[in-house]
Ligand binder design. Structure first.
Ligand SMILES: O=P(O)(O)OC[C@H]1O[C@@H](O)[C@H](O)[C@@H](O)[C@@H]1O
Length: 322
């Protein structure tokens, strides 16, 4: 797992001849964010609140790949509507009672907690000497939780979330460590809002034959029988135990994104469509649902269990294929 001991490193430390990625910290308090830019112009922006990736630009900085609501709260007052909110330790509404997560809000506390920036990694495999990739690490520990979250989930854990920007891809990987005496169970998910041009031209592949729970149809279970998922109304599906690693998003039949899962077997496909979009106060514009689709990788079918000292690591690499 990513190790706290070898960070933080010096920001923008001078290196040999090759140009390095630029890493800047800006803003104050809950609005603090870390921005990394490669010498070739690609960039990523991460709000410390929730360690939420709010922007990822590829093609030399010309193409924004993530959808962010015009009314997303970026001041730490609520979870960000857009980008990549981190869901932990429970996905969706928690079990009503009888589970350690039962007193938590929907999607847990990671997306509404202030994370620590641990630094940019300087190890050779993490930061390409040519400046073509840079890895940023963020940490959240039980000691850093609000009193409310700590009371609701009084377990000792450490999360390290690594965001690696490369020329045409972004990797976001979470490491969960049990730092207490007691075992705990959790779910995690990376709630990625992909920016697309026109939802009517989007198809999603890589899910054929996979079972899913349809939250729009009373949580009934179905099997994906079409090779491509198209979206013509509200969609909220939890695909589980997916054998293939890659879920692809195509626009107009052309590959737009590949979302590659790493040690995570589930994927949620979500689009709120007209009514739900309108009903969300922080979803803007109302027609924004035409320009986004959430493809959310995670471990949300059942629970991951960690005993004392154990670590779980899982994440995604998203490739922008323009
Ligand atoms: O409004 P929230 O809490 O950010 O959740 C947004 C959506 O997140 C998705 O992951 C869920 O499957 C949906 O059911 C939910 O509506």
């Amino acid at each position: 797992m990513a190790n706290r001991a070898n960070r933080p490193s010096a920001l923008n430390a001078p290196s040999a001849a090759a140009p390095e990625a630029q890493v800047d910290i800006s803003g104050t308090g809950a609005s603090s964010k870390v921005t990394a830019t490669l010498p070739s112009g690609e960039s990523v922006e991460v709000l410390l609140y929730g360690a939420t990736v709010t922007s990822w630009k590829s093609s030399g900085g010309k193409t924004e790949n993530l959808w962010l609501s015009e009314k997303a709260a970026l001041d730490g007052s609520k979870a960000v509507r857009g980008g990549i909110p981190v869901v932990f330790p429970v996905f969706g509404p928690p079990p009503k009672s009888g589970h350690a997560t039962s007193s938590l809000p929907q999607h847990g506390f990671a997306r509404t907690s202030r994370w620590e920036f641990l630094g940019k990694s300087t190890s050779e495999d993490a930061v390409d000497a040519s400046g073509s990739s840079v890895k940023l690490d963020f940490g959240l520990y039980s000691s850093g939780l609000s009193e409310e979250a700590r009371t609701a989930w009084p377990l000792d854990f450490g999360l390290v979330y690594s965001v690696t920007l490369s020329k045409d891809s972004l990797s976001t990987v979470m490491s969960v460590r049990n730092e207490g005496e007691t075992s705990f169970e959790f779910q995690m998910l990376l709630h990625t809002y992909l920016k697309i041009k026109d939802i009517s031209k989007v198809s999603i592949t890589g899910l054929l034959g996979v079972e899913y729970v349809d939250k729009v149809l009373n949580a009934s279970t179905h099997k994906q029988s079409d090779a491509a998922v198209t979206i013509t109304g509200e969609v909220d599906r939890v695909y589980s135990s997916i054998p293939q690693d890659t879920t692809s998003v195509l626009e107009d039949g052309k590959p737009r994104f590949d979302v590659v899962r790493d040690n995570l077997s589930d994927t949620v496909v979500w689009n709120p469509w007209t009514e739900k979009a309108k009903a969300m106060g922080d979803f803007s514009p109302d027609t924004g649902f035409k320009e986004m689709v959430c493809v959310e990788v995670g471990s949300v079918n059942g629970w991951q269990k960690l005993d004392k000292g154990e670590v779980f690591e899982g994440g995604q690499t998203i490739k922008s294929l323009l």
